[in-house]
Design a protein around this ligand. Sequence first.
Ligand code: GLN
Length: 276
Amino acid sequence: MKFTKILSLVLAIMMLFVLVSCGNTNDEGKDTDTDTSAVSDSDTVADTDAETPSDDTIVMATNAYFPPYEYYEGETIIGIDAEIAAEIAKKLGKTLVIEDMEFNSITTAVNEGSVDFGMAGMTITEDRLLEVDFSSSYANGVQVIIVKEDSPITTVDDLYSEGASYKVGVQLGTTGDTYSSDDFGADRVVQYVTGNEAVLALAGGSVDCVIIDNEPAKAYVEANEGLKILDTTYADEDYAICVKKGNTELLDQINAAIVELTEDGTIDAIIDKYIK
Ligand code: GLN
């Protein structure tokens, strides 16, 4: 090989090395670039745990098993919430870092201050309002019922009917969980850590239905044969971002960003991109 060729090879390797290092910087959330499709990979998630949030990053807690709001594409968390959060972070002049955790841990993480805010298709509820503060709502959700195609359950009323003993699968700590525990009694409700696990339990016959938000329900039904969503609504809800109780400074900034992103059509465009 000629010397010039060896030199270019060495240079190419050096450039690759530099690129990889830049990539790592981004992973650690210290890069000031805000990438809208952004967001994180499992390394970031692990790294974030050890990091104290720095001034140029803003850390969002989510549960990334809630398509199309947040889910993994490879090692990156994408989705409606991830993209809206990246736009909000951009307005705040910060780099977004996403930390994936159990849905049930999000409000605690927010209140402990290990993350800045929670965004996870999270419904504003009276109970949660005692714990955290919510932004204005940026999207609506509907709790629906998934059953097997040949299920005797045909409407939500079948779940309430006298003597009904149908088991309801839910994701732990979600409104599907709390509402159905209130309505049907805790002994008829089986809690799973992710919605996906609840749906697999339905497919496997351990529960008779799953109560979950409509958009992830569509994704789960598409991915699992023999399931359908009942044409009946269990509950209508508003999704919002939660912050530590009393953190009005951040809440005001987030609300101002939501107003701007609503008015300029950004939020609608992001939602339309994921929900056809
Ligand atoms: N909207 C539901 C809730 O807030 C479910 C959210 C979720 O599972 N990510 O409880």
